[in-house]
Design a protein. Sequence first.
Lengths: 260, 260, 260, 240, 240, 240
Amino acid sequence: MSDDIIAEIKRDYIYNLAKKGKRVDGRAFDEYRQIEVETGIIDSAEGSAKAKIGDTQVIVGIKMQPGKPFPDTPDQGAIITNVEFAPIASPSFEPGPPNENATELARVVDRGVRESGAIDLSKLCIKEGEDIWMVFIDVYVLDHDGNLMDASALGAIAALLNTNFPNERYELGKDAPLPIIDLPVAITAAEIDGEIILDPSLDEESIASTIITMITGKDDSLAGMQKSGTGPLTFDQLFHISDIVSKKAKDIRKKYLETS
Amino acid sequence: MSDDIIAEIKRDYIYNLAKKGKRVDGRAFDEYRQIEVETGIIDSAEGSAKAKIGDTQVIVGIKMQPGKPFPDTPDQGAIITNVEFAPIASPSFEPGPPNENATELARVVDRGVRESGAIDLSKLCIKEGEDIWMVFIDVYVLDHDGNLMDASALGAIAALLNTNFPNERYELGKDAPLPIIDLPVAITAAEIDGEIILDPSLDEESIASTIITMITGKDDSLAGMQKSGTGPLTFDQLFHISDIVSKKAKDIRKKYLETS
Amino acid sequence: MSDDIIAEIKRDYIYNLAKKGKRVDGRAFDEYRQIEVETGIIDSAEGSAKAKIGDTQVIVGIKMQPGKPFPDTPDQGAIITNVEFAPIASPSFEPGPPNENATELARVVDRGVRESGAIDLSKLCIKEGEDIWMVFIDVYVLDHDGNLMDASALGAIAALLNTNFPNERYELGKDAPLPIIDLPVAITAAEIDGEIILDPSLDEESIASTIITMITGKDDSLAGMQKSGTGPLTFDQLFHISDIVSKKAKDIRKKYLETS
Amino acid sequence: MSNKPKKLIEKGKRLDGRKVDELRPIKIEVGILKRADGSCYMELGGSKVIAAVYGPRAVHPRHLQEATQVIIRYRYDMASFSVKERKRPGPDRRSIEISKVSREALEPVILKEYFPRSVIDIFVEILQADAGTRTVGINASSVALADAGIPMRGIVSSCAVGKVDGEVVLDLTGEEDNYGEADMPIAMTQEGKITLLQMDGNFTKEEFTRAIELAKKGCKEIYEIQRNALISKYEGVNNV
Amino acid sequence: MSNKPKKLIEKGKRLDGRKVDELRPIKIEVGILKRADGSCYMELGGSKVIAAVYGPRAVHPRHLQEATQVIIRYRYDMASFSVKERKRPGPDRRSIEISKVSREALEPVILKEYFPRSVIDIFVEILQADAGTRTVGINASSVALADAGIPMRGIVSSCAVGKVDGEVVLDLTGEEDNYGEADMPIAMTQEGKITLLQMDGNFTKEEFTRAIELAKKGCKEIYEIQRNALISKYEGVNNV
Amino acid sequence: MSNKPKKLIEKGKRLDGRKVDELRPIKIEVGILKRADGSCYMELGGSKVIAAVYGPRAVHPRHLQEATQVIIRYRYDMASFSVKERKRPGPDRRSIEISKVSREALEPVILKEYFPRSVIDIFVEILQADAGTRTVGINASSVALADAGIPMRGIVSSCAVGKVDGEVVLDLTGEEDNYGEADMPIAMTQEGKITLLQMDGNFTKEEFTRAIELAKKGCKEIYEIQRNALISKYEGVNNV
């Protein structure tokens, strides 16, 4: 059978299950796959984490180095987020510079960290107008089975929690932990034939007409949002999603970020 | 009918008209389409102009910023000219870095400004050997109906006439107009089956075997010349063209540049 | 006849000759084609050489300019080696950035110069921690008839022997010759159906299953080695090659490098 | 960069005199380019944008074709002189992301199955940027698609809502965006289907609800302007 | 960068306590990725590497196909955080060369004629680098190829030999590599065919002979580890 | 960079001793490369250039083919060491423009309809640059095309004319170009058809007329040298 026919059958199967309130792997609509977070796994990085959601697997390394501030923010550090779709992670990933999906992913993760105020950028100033810390958040996707957004965002904040200023290497005093203020968590929903599910698997993503990520901070306020996909969303669906993400984000934050 | 056949018919039609001393749009051989120049249209630029020749339309923005001088000209500013064939302008323009035609266009416009001495580069020196002004001339082609060269050159000089040093933004004193010394004008001719016409439209360009641009300054001397196209030109044709460009350039200079 | 059939016939012919201890051009297995080295041919370079091995021809230009040292070697100059497969040299070379073969070639030539200690990098320090000399070794392949490695390595060291510090241009005193300590020579062997030959021609290279280059210094020690090609090599073959390269390298060094 | 003004909203008025639920002045022109199949020039306050549509046309190379529907491509590009600091021409990460979400904002209304094996190219050039450029680009593109005669289920309208001095406001200026607390660009059809939604900054759930209401109002006003521009164009054509 | 220690070998012991002919500790896991057809994670001291294999699969564009055999592609890539100074993502000259010689190190054992017109992709990601990464990449790839079920004549095993404080030693650390006098990565089949050989630094002919002997010993030990990992994987599968 | 000399022309003599209407010494060699189908090495004073021609040969990818004629490609490239300040290898804007006009300078004499669906590649490498390199490139390419046996209507000859110290002179040196007032590279056939013409600087109409006359003289002399080089080559071949 051709790939197209298999895709067609898979699509029908997932649709029909969704109509009955079910998912292929038996999860409830608002249920995540198993999550695992492991930190401090890369000695050459200032901070690192591996985040797994089901079979989806990303590794995040944090590198810090002194640099020049932007002219309009002379007393603030810089965050640079990059996502690599390493070709080991999927047959559809090809070597080369980030495509539009990797770029979007990087920018949403970046805004989540930045806009939630997770890092106090003024703490990254070494000497006003002259030297600041540049924090590179590099996400490498190792295995892609859907919902890269949540895995990447979770890996990023977990790695930041694990990060130390490499002061000694640059003769700036003793190494010290990077202070983290907020703990943004991304929750992603997909719309499949009118139904809203959380943490879509790759198969579910491939037939979802639209996908929406909401990032919330510790105080439950929204710190970021991104709709992607070519399907429209109703306002009812939007408010439904914004209702269910809060609790889910709180659970994940508590279980995987506040314990460490 | 296929595109090829239409092109063939169009070619014959224009050729036959040319033999009778006529052009498709009724113009005389040395007649320009309607010219319009509008300046000061982009607030974010230090200078700007829109130039239209018939349906051909370009917009030119001038940006200035401090930079380092070249080692061999420590007391002179720099002019950097760039032409973007924006894909909105023609079905044949594709996104991407400038191709050889855009590169040639940019370099001819650049030499026209530079070699005519339109700008006294020593007036662009901020501090000898350390800081100079870099003048970026960015030409965006918006609609391409032939003779981009003259439209771009006209837009460039009109935009320069409209340019102010952004001294305040860089804390170098008050803003002041960029002094313009000469007013180079480019006149482009095309050879069609032995006949010489000025201001070729896109259809005329597409069948011309050779195209030649001559740039003259206020004193009527030649400041630049560029032949393009794969057809040869006789010396008689060359001298004929150099005879007719002077008057035409004078008219355009007077009407569109010296009034402002 | 198709190219494939000609290639097949050529292959068989070379194989059969090799079985009889012979080569297409009549050389012995350990015999080089005629070598020519000419230096000082490019006035705009600080040093230059043309090296020919048979019809293979490369030109090497050395450019030197002041630069910043690497942080971990504040008192040492830098060598930057680049190989351009100029498209004039072969129907299979295409314009564009160096491919993997050109990159490998550049890096092996670079390591040969660097690891043999041919240049005392501390002599390239202008002011510790601030200014050093950068030595650019640019190899342009002009005609490719096999064994680019040996021609490039020979051209590189010959050009270095011919190089002067351009002190005057940078107001650092009088020009002076670059001191060269060692004279690395690369010897390349190819394996064809079990036989080992030196200095493979392009035809021989194209059917060799593996190619190995050994670089030796004046004291006969190994300064570099690189195997390429998808065929395996036995340890016996390896030691056989390491035995025969020494004498050959000594001959070439004496004849083409020590006389100059 | 200028320093932050003490107050961005005073007595319910913003620095440019607008109320919190008011759009900036809009100027729109349809069919301004000869070569493009459809085009639209649009100004929203200090943001000036040209959109052009080419197609449906053939896809090269052929393996990019889709057998059952037209491909939509969208290129958002900022002219080098559109911002205070000259921008190097060509795509950057920001424009790549904006191109993606803008394309997805328009795809739902295009009848893609009408033109299999073809492509529709939407090119947006930002001539002058003062916040909201992606929304202006979507609005202008929507009109340019209609001008090109592309069959559509409706028009997409887009605007941004944000938070400034703690208040939820419609259509931020560049200054409000720089010193504000949240920015949410949104696009929707006239039936109220959301086709673009991005947000960054900080919204409580209540502010979010209020923001959505303001966005609906803004998009409705923009829709009327888009509609009138297209009607005028066709009337103009008929009158000639 | 730390300064050179006075001595890298003292009383026959190296700074990390190893003897001159001893490998660093090795950790290996087979089949760790879901999406890849074959995969292997391998640690050698402080070097941590993932290898994934995809294929045989179709070649695009088609003119790259070879009529009589499979094409092998190999991509060695260092993660930006794998080294002290952040590395800009993407290939550089070093990784291009390593990819080439690594591919050539594995090609001799792959039965390429089994899959004409196809491609096998081998992707190696260096997560943490402390010398010897190309050898670990080859070792892990060799196992990942077996895990993917690619028919092979045997397993390729690889290690580096070098010269430190004038002594020929097995499996350099990063520090030994920086301050050592020679480095020679090598790969071979269990039948003793050399499939990779590079060297830089300074070896006398005697040292070279000694280095080859040490390399044979190292590769033999690595082969046992590779073999056991694959056996465990299959036993694990059978036990399930 | 050296400072401008007081006078570039004194008593009718230029700094290198030439008269105003005199070319620099020319050296030419035909067929110097084995692999190329045609080749030529040419020196004009301090400018040293190699041109190579490949083709007619097949075009890849096929959609670039033209059904009724051969495609001509021309690549002008400066070696990194050809100028005082090392030039980064690869094309820049200058070389892209020169490649375009040089190709157009040669196309009129090539019988392009003889080889439909094919391509002729002309590659020019500037080994040492001292002004006039594009004209030397065209001269050498013209000879290399003939050496490759490409059917042509004639030979294209090229030289530059300029203005120095207010005088119109033939064949500028680098120094004259730097401090001169105008530079005009031109190419023509022996029948006097202009195939390349560029100018920058400042020419009155009278100077322009004088410049054209000088250029005709220069091109005629170069034509004789090109012709003799080709005759010697063929005689050489026949004598063997």
